[in-house]
Design a protein around this ligand. Structure first.
Ligand code: ARG
Length: 493
């Protein structure tokens, strides 16, 4: 049975299962085990390069760590007898190579900076994966939009038919939403990508370490400078969860619409069977379960955010063990987000949109009444409010016929619009949905010309975002390769 080498100096007595259970962070530590190997290797390389450790002492440790890296951390390292994976790995190493060598690894650091570094390595990787998934989703939205530039659909406010728009305009709205989520995730990534290593317990160390070197070896952009802050702060976790919560809120809204759109009374969309379930009793049922679960996920992610900030609030500087309780909330909720995003992409890409139904609904509910009011302003000299009133009164009477408009206009101005030249043909033209959409060609509007401009613009934004994220991924990948190559060279394999 391996003993916990961290505990054995100062403390005595076996702990019973419930204490071990409470104190151990092993469940969440499974997520950072690989990062911990990288951190151990980087720390050892730095100790050697700074003359704190000989390569004779470092090599057996690095050799063992490289073995873990290739074959996975041995499962004994995860036993709850160790408070965490850091103690587990160190204990196993000491057992393997002896105290005189293994016991040298932890010089000049603490588990406090070690865990903060591991958490940041794992979190930045998750953030980059989320951003990649989001870029794919945005691409699906733009591509689908470009197929539906002329697909007229009703736009809603208050979930009431409002004005005609196009499916392309709707899809591009979500692309812009997700592009802001992309920015938020990227900002969270930039602030996460700073190395706490070398902060030690909180006051750094008297050993002549090199924080910049370990930061570079681990592919960080810079160090998280103040050493108290470096071990005490988890705002990178809160920020990542906040960005995920906002993103999942958007996914929830989109999924809510897919649920509504797939009802038989709306029937705007047919979701692919893969994304649906049936009923165990009602054989006819096709339920949009994936969209429903995704709609609910925003609540779970928000729960994790609330837990994280509630745990961090009121903690005095610097490290407190409470912080350990935060990590499971972080990973539990940010890890599945990339999967969620990819499911939305698949659902949209495979959906069948009923553009005939959309068009039918776009013509309902006097959806072009605003066009008529505007027309009366431009061509008949009315104030907008007067025109709004005339059209509103006519609708109240049940129709937008020339007679109804004449009646309303007589009541309000004492004059009939037909006497001023308004004809039935002109009225039909103004109320026609295609012209209504075509007229709205300001930047960001639904007119086909504006939408085609937007498609081009969004594609170029997506292109830039892709390049940025590929560069960051590449940097981290290269650093990891170099770290392992340097380690291999030291052990001479
Ligand atoms: N498992 C701990 C955590 O997640 C690692 C740091 C332990 N530090 C300590 N002083 N006990 O926070």
């Amino acid at each position: 049975m391996h003993t916990d080498v961290v505990r054995q100096g100062r403390l005595r007595g076996d702990r019973d299962g419930s204490i071990e259970d409470l104190l151990s962070s092993m469940t969440a530590d499974r997520e950072i085990a690989e990062a911990d190997i990288e951190v151990d290797i980087a720390h050892l390389l730095m100790l050697v390069s700074c003359g704190i450790l000989t390569s004779d002492h470092a090599s057996p440790l690095i050799r063992e760590l490289l073995f873990y890296y290739k074959n996975g951390v041995p499962k004994e390292a995860f036993h709850p007898r160790f408070e965490d994976i850091h103690a587990g790995i160190e204990s196993l190493l000491i057992e393997k190579v002896g105290m005189d060598t293994g016991g040298r690894m932890h010089a000049g650091r603490s588990r406090n900076d070690e865990v903060a570094t591991c958490l940041r390595i794992k979190t930045r990787e998750i953030l980059l994966d989320q951003i990649e998934a989001l870029i794919d989703l945005r691409t699906v939205l733009v591509d689908t939009a470009s197929e539906h530039v002329h697909s007229i659909m009703p736009g809603f406010t208050h979930l009431q038919h409002a004005q005609p728009t196009t499916l392309a305009h709707y899809l591009l709205a979500y692309e812009e939403v997700f592009s802001r989520d992309n920015e938020r995730l990227y900002q969270a990534f930039l602030r996460t990508n700073r190395s706490p290593l070398g902060a030690a317990a909180f006051a750094t160390t008297g050993f002549p370490i090199d924080r910049g070197y370990t930061a570079r070896l681990l592919g960080f952009e810079s160090i998280s400078c103040n050493t108290m802050d470096a071990v005490a702060s988890r705002d990178f976790a809160a920020e990542s969860l906040a960005a995920a919560t906002i993103l999942m809120t958007h996914i929830s809204r989109l999924c809510e619409e897919l649920v509504i759109w797939s009802t038989s009374f709306v029937r705007f969309v047919d979701l692919d069977d893969r994304y649906c379930s049936t009923s165990s009793i009602m054989p006819q049922k096709k339920n949009p379960d994936v969209a429903e679960i995704l709609r609910s996920r925003a609540g779970s992610v928000l729960g994790a955010l609330v837990s994280a900030v509630s745990i961090e609030k009121s903690l005095p500087l610097s490290y407190n063990r409470d912080l350990q309780e935060l990590s499971p909330h972080l990973f539990r909720e940010i890890i599945p987000v990339s999967r969620d995003i990819r499911l939305v992409s698949g659902m949209i890409a495979s959906a069948g949109f009923h553009t005939d139904r959309m068009r039918e609904e776009a013509e309902r509910g006097f959806s072009t009444a605003t066009d008529l009011a505007d027309h009366l302003v431009v061509n008949y000299g009315l104030a907008f409010r007067a025109a709004h009133n005339i059209v509103g009164r006519a609708i109240r009477s049940g129709s937008l016929s020339l007679e109804a408009l004449d009646d309303a206009s007589c009541q309000l101005t004492g004059r009939k619009l037909s006497e001023q030249g308004l004809s039935g043909d002109e009225l039909s033209r103004v109320l026609e949905v295609n012209q209504s959409v075509a007229a709205r060609r300001h930047p960001g509007g639904p007119a086909p010309a504006a939408v085609l401009d937007a498609v081009l613009h969004r594609k170029s934004v997506i292109g830039k975002d892709t390049a940025m994220i590929q560069e960051q991924k590449e940097r981290i990948m290269v650093a990891k390769e170099e770290l392992m190559d340097t380690a291999e060279r030291m052990v001479g394999s």
